[in-house]
Every structure is written in C-alpha cells, then in structure tokens.
Design a protein around this ligand. Structure first.
Ligand code: 13P
Ligand code: SF4
Length: 331
C-alpha cells in the first residue's frame, strides 16, 4: 500500500540556501509587485512553516496545517494564495467555494497524500463495516469526501479521544502519526501503511549525531518522523510536537538550543518567532521539494494572472467539508 514517491528530484530545486533569507537582485521588484497585486486583488497569502524563508517573510500568515485551515475558514479576502502544497489549497477551496484559491505551482504535491485514494478508503471501509474513518489533512479532497473526521498533527490525539469507545477507528494515511496517537490514547486503531518521504527518511542516527554535537540541546520531534518510535523507546517521556507545537515548546522551555527533527524550513519559523535561541536542523537533507516549489516569482505571477487555480467539484466539496468542519469544531 505504501507509495513514497517524490516527483521532482531534489537537484531540480532552485538553488539558494534554503535556511538563509537573502535578497536577490531582481527580488526587490518582485516583492514590490506582490505588495501592489495583493492590495489590488484583495488577496491573502497563507504560508506553511516549511516554505522558503523569503516566502515566509512576505506571507500574511505562517503556520501549521491546522492554523492554515483556520485562517482559510475565516478570511475576508477574495483571493487566497496558498504557499504550501496541493491538499492545503484544496482544503481552502473546500472551505471557501466563492473564492479564488491559487497554488502558484500545481506540481507542489505531497508523497503522503499520494499513498491513499478514495477507492482505497471505500475498499477499507467495506472490509471494516461500522468503522469511523479519521484522515490526516494530508489527503486529497476525494479522500476527505470518504472520511468521517479530519485531523492534523496538532489535534489528532484530541480528535481520536473524542470518538465513541465502542466503534472501530480506521486511521490514515500516516503510520508514524498513528503510532503516536495509539501511544497517547491507548486506543487500538486500524492503520493505513502510508508515510511522508521526508519524515520517514530521518533516521535515529541523524538525531544521535546532532545530540553528540549539541549535548545540552532539547529535541523537538514531529510525529510524522520515522525515527520517533525508536527514540521514544529510549526516552519514553519525550513529547512529540506539530510544527506549531514546536513554537510553543521552544518559548516555554528553559533550554537554549534545540534540535529540530522535521522538515528544515521549520528552523526559519522558529528563529523568527523565538529570537535569542538556537535551532539546529536535524539534517539538511530533510527538505520537502514540493514545499520549495513555491517561490516569490510564481507567487507574483499567480497574483498577476489569477492562475493556477485549485477547485473542487461541488459534489465532492460538500462531502469533504463535513470531516473538516467536525475537526475544526473539536480542536
Ligand atoms: P503540521 O504543520 O500540521 O505539523 O504538518 C506537517 C506537514 O508535514 C505538512 O505537510
Ligand atoms: Fe507532504 Fe511530507 Fe512534504 Fe509535508 S513534508 S507536504 S507530508 S511530502
């Protein structure tokens, strides 16, 4: 069932230091164009925590999947530019049928979302009658339309805790997030065998190497990480954090240095929001090539042309809206 497949080799990611905010020569003009166009279009730019530093810097809101869903649900803007990946723009389109939702590069997909199809869910439900389907927001609109609840890494535990005890739970598509939910809730679930190629590739040795280099550092680990189960068996009291949870933890902790065990773009957001502390990426190869496809240039072009748009057929949209609204009502 697993299909971990990046479509664009990392060598094709436009070259620049993905952790440094540097202004390239023609970039001032592009930024000025974005400023003008976003006012003229009454547009909002929503960016995920894994976006490039220069994209995070011009966004109206930077956050995790849950925060972005909430922003998309509440925005007054007429145009939403999604600096993120396809399923995130689809979620915005599901929540805002009357608005224009732009994804500046339609190739920005998600290897985790690719592991699951609507037919896959239908077959799974047929094998488990009466089960409640909980899907991570990293899924297509078609898959959401077959789901009972959505969740993100920020609220998956809370969503599963809210379900009646006497029904089977089918949890998809991330097997590492599922293991975290099972550990936290003690509830057995039927789990889809999917994973994200970036998080699955982070190895316990990567974490150990950084711990040796920074012995006083605290670990901030995302539940999608392939290394999380092994690290938790060595440190059972360790907490796992969604990307937004990492911000709260870094602020609250007495510790000065943190090893950031997730996609490297998170370091940009942590450095901005928690100044004065040090954030070390677990690995510079923990880089989502889909997220990095969004650039200042294609944001400017999408605002200028109001293309490429992400739309969801109405029959799918109304069914996909239900699990998203249930999620937003719970947490
Ligand atoms: P969160 O931002 O919700 O923690 O999700 C991480 C992720 O991989 C999004 O694609
Ligand atoms: Fe998908 Fe993984 Fe990229 Fe997130 S980091 S968008 S889960 S491929």
């Amino acid at each position: 069932m697993t299909n971990i497949r990046p479509v664009v080799p990392p060598t094709q990611i436009p070259h620049r230091d993905l952790l440094q905010l540097e202004v390239l020569p023609d970039e001032e003009q592009i930024r000025a164009d974005i400023e003008r166009l976003r006012r003229e279009r009454n547009a909002v730019i929503l960016a995920h925590n894994y976006q490039r530093p220069e994209v995070q810097a011009i966004a109206d809101f930077v956050g995790d999947s849950l925060g972005l869903s909430r922003q998309a649900a509440n925005t007054e803007a007429e145009v939403i530019v999604f600096a993120g990946v396809h399923f995130m723009a689809e979620t915005a389109a599901i929540l805002n049928p009357g608005k224009v939702v732009l994804l500046p590069d339609l190739r920005a997909g998600c290897s985790l979302a690719d592991t699951l199809t609507a037919q896959g869910i239908r077959d799974w439900k047929a094998r488990n009658p009466g089960g409640l389907v909980v899907t991570y927001v990293n899924t297509t609109a078609d898959v959401k339309a077959e789901s009972d609840y959505c969740c993100t890494s920020g609220n998956a535990v809370q969503i599963v805790r809210s379900l009646p005890q006497d029904v089977p739970v089918l949890f998809a598509p991330d097997r590492f997030l599922a293991a975290h939910v099972i550990r936290e809730t003690g509830r057995q679930m039927d789990v889809w065998d999917g994973a994200c190629h970036v998080h699955a590739a982070i190895r316990p040795e990567d974490v150990q190497g950084q711990q040796e280099a920074h012995p006083d550092a605290e670990l901030l680990i995302h539940p999608e990480c392939g290394c999380s189960s092994q690290i938790l068996s060595a440190f059972p009291d360790l907490q796992l954090y969604s990307t937004e949870g990492m911000i709260h933890r870094a602020r609250a902790s007495e510790v000065q240095t943190f090893i950031v065990v997730t996609e490297m773009g998170m370091v940009t957001r942590l450095e901005k929001d928690v100044p004065g502390k040090t954030f070390v990426p677990v690995s510079r190869t923990a880089c989502c090539e889909y997220m990095k496809m969004i650039t200042l240039e294609n944001i400017r072009n999408s605002l200028a042309n109001l293309q490429p748009r992400v739309t969801v057929p109405e029959e799918i949209r109304v069914r996909a809206l239900r699990p998203i609204e249930r999620m937003l009502a719970i947490g």
